[in-house]
Ligand binder design. Structure first.
Ligand SMILES: [Zn+2]
Length: 511
């Protein structure tokens, strides 16, 4: 066939194809009657949104065609699906793929691999998710603690040798190539707590060469908080890698009211060229393993009464430690140390030491909530322009944030407390989160983006989960779409599981 004949054939085929498309214009899903807040921070618009093939095809005042399926939004807000910057909802996700805790609060993408721990190896985790998808999209960081444990095993209570750091770096390269967004660390936890700053700088350099980010549960959230922030800033400065403080908090009574000092420090770092940002969860209380408190005793010695005095006197209070599920004595479930001490007719310090010893003897599996933040600090930090939200939540965890974070953010902090405008608030939890974590093609209602969408009632959206009843679903979130498919509708999961693996854009591949 001559080139000329080939050219004619190709143009005939192309025109036939074009004709075919026009004749049977594929219908889309069109959402009409919504107040569209597109995630850019710009004002809401009364426009239609058409979804075709899992992506947003058209945004504007177009005519609906006969082939379209139309949904009337009833003047509620249509926003991009929320991206949870710090999530532990990946735990048990393969077994509970509907992810009710996440979708019922409008989350469409979770970022896993937090606090230095990751599903390892990511290539396997991602392959499992491709094979049996969840309702939500999943991105992940590589976890410093996971890599450190693989290299050092049980012998981790020391600084790593240079060959060990090199071995961690080569594991990290594999995770970055699998699509990790970057590296996370959990420097208040074992084994990360034994690492030197130099070790983290070496690994952050690896992340930098792959265009990733470094996020950190910093080395101290209480006594040595300011030094811990400095360590993260220095890691960012040394390596040029964008860094993010995970679940930032002024968690010690001594630091309450110092949000301005913290913001000034972060702004100063940014002005000097360090790309530092942060995420925060919308609650006063934190949650971790009860026996984590052991690390605050001198030499981890539970007979050191001064350790208990420090925890109950300077860091928290007897009323500020609540045990939602104390395994050695279920009668204490839901009680504070103050209440338990009264029942035992002893002082709070003795009670704390005794309860920790009993829990350790049973494997240390109880949880605690620590009431440790000041509302004014939370609101001031939320308003900082480089702050995004992270739930730090789980599918079935003891903290209400697993179910309530985003509804609480939109209802309590944005609508009632007016920390930001609704448009700004939506921007933080969509496009800005995507930007700060390096996620592509999501977080905006814009032609060509993936159709992750949330329809909600900005007047009524509210969390219901509490410390006593942490698995109560939020209200006001009406419909949630992930990649164009409805996953949550009128209070129930639909059973659709269109979630995709979200890889760092440089290595993003179709799955
Ligand atoms: Zn953490």
């Amino acid at each position: 066939m001559s080139n000329r004949m080939l050219g004619i054939l190709v143009s005939v085929l192309l025109s036939l194809t074009a004709y075919a498309v026009n004749a049977t214009e594929p219908g889309g899903l069109v959402i009409v009657g919504a107040r569209v807040i597109d995630g850019s921070g710009g004002p809401s618009r009364d426009v239609n949104v058409r979804i075709v093939g899992g992506r947003i095809a058209t945004v504007g005042n177009f005519e609906v065609t006969a082939n379209d399926t139309v949904i009337d939004a009833g003047n509620r807000v249509l926003a991009p699906g929320f991206i949870d910057s710090h999530s532990h909802h990946d735990g048990g996700l393969l077994e509970s793929p509907d992810a009710l805790a996440a979708v019922s609060q409008g989350i469409t993408t979770i970022v896993a691999g937090q606090d230095g721990g990751q599903p390892y190896p990511l290539q396997q985790f991602f392959a499992d998710l491709v094979k049996s998808p969840a309702a939500i999209n999943v991105a992940s960081f590589a976890g410093h603690g996971t890599l450190r444990a693989r290299v050092m095993g049980e012998d981790y209570q020391r600084q790593a040798m240079s060959d060990e750091v090199a071995a961690m770096a080569s594991l990290l390269v594999a995770e970055m190539e699998a699509g990790a967004l970057g590296l996370s660390s959990g420097l208040e936890y074992d084994p990360g707590s034994f690492s030197s700053t130099g070790e983290l700088v070496e690994l952050a350099r690896v992340v930098a060469t792959h265009g990733g980010r470094y996020i950190s549960h910093i080395r101290s959230e209480d006594q040595y908080f300011w030094e811990a922030i400095d360590e993260l800033i220095e890691t960012g400065r040394e390596t040029g890698v964008p860094v993010q403080v995970s679940h930032i908090k002024l968690a010690m009574a001594r630091w309450w009211g110092q949000a301005d000092r913290l913001i000034a420090k972060l702004d100063e770092a940014r002005a000097s060229g360090v790309q530092i940002s942060a995420d925060i969860y919308p609650y006063r209380a934190w949650n971790t393993d009860f026996t984590w408190l052991v690390t605050l005793f001198p030499n981890r010695d539970l007979n050191r009464r001064d350790g208990a005095e420090y925890i109950l006197g300077e860091m928290l209070s007897p009323e500020g430690i609540l045990l939602p599920n104390y395994l050695p004595e279920p009668a204490y479930d839901g009680m504070t140390i103050a209440e338990i001490a009264a029942r035992r007719e002893t002082d709070p310090e003795t009670t704390l030491m005794d309860l920790l010893k009993a829990d350790l003897a049973m494997g240390g599996r109880s949880q605690m909530l620590g009431l440790a933040m000041d509302e004014r600090d939370i609101e001031a930090l939320m308003a900082w322009p480089h702050m995004v939200i992270g739930s730090d939540g789980e599918l079935a965890g003891p903290h209400p944030r697993g179910y309530g974070s985003y509804a609480r953010y939109l209802g309590h902090y944005i609508r009632d407390r007016k920390v930001l405008t609704l448009e700004e608030g939506v921007q933080r939890i969509t496009s800005q989160t995507a930007l700060q974590l390096g996620i592509d093609e999501r977080g905006l209602i814009q032609e060509g983006k993936y159709a992750d969408l949330v329809l909600f009632d900005s007047e009524t959206v509210a969390d219901r989960a509490t410390a006593q009843d942490p698995h109560l679903a939020s209200v006001g979130i009406d419909k949630v779409w992930v990649n164009g498919q409805l996953v949550f509708d009128d209070g129930k999961v639909t059973g659709s599981r269109p979630g995709r693996v979200v890889r760092r854009p440089a290595t993003q591949t179709v799955n």
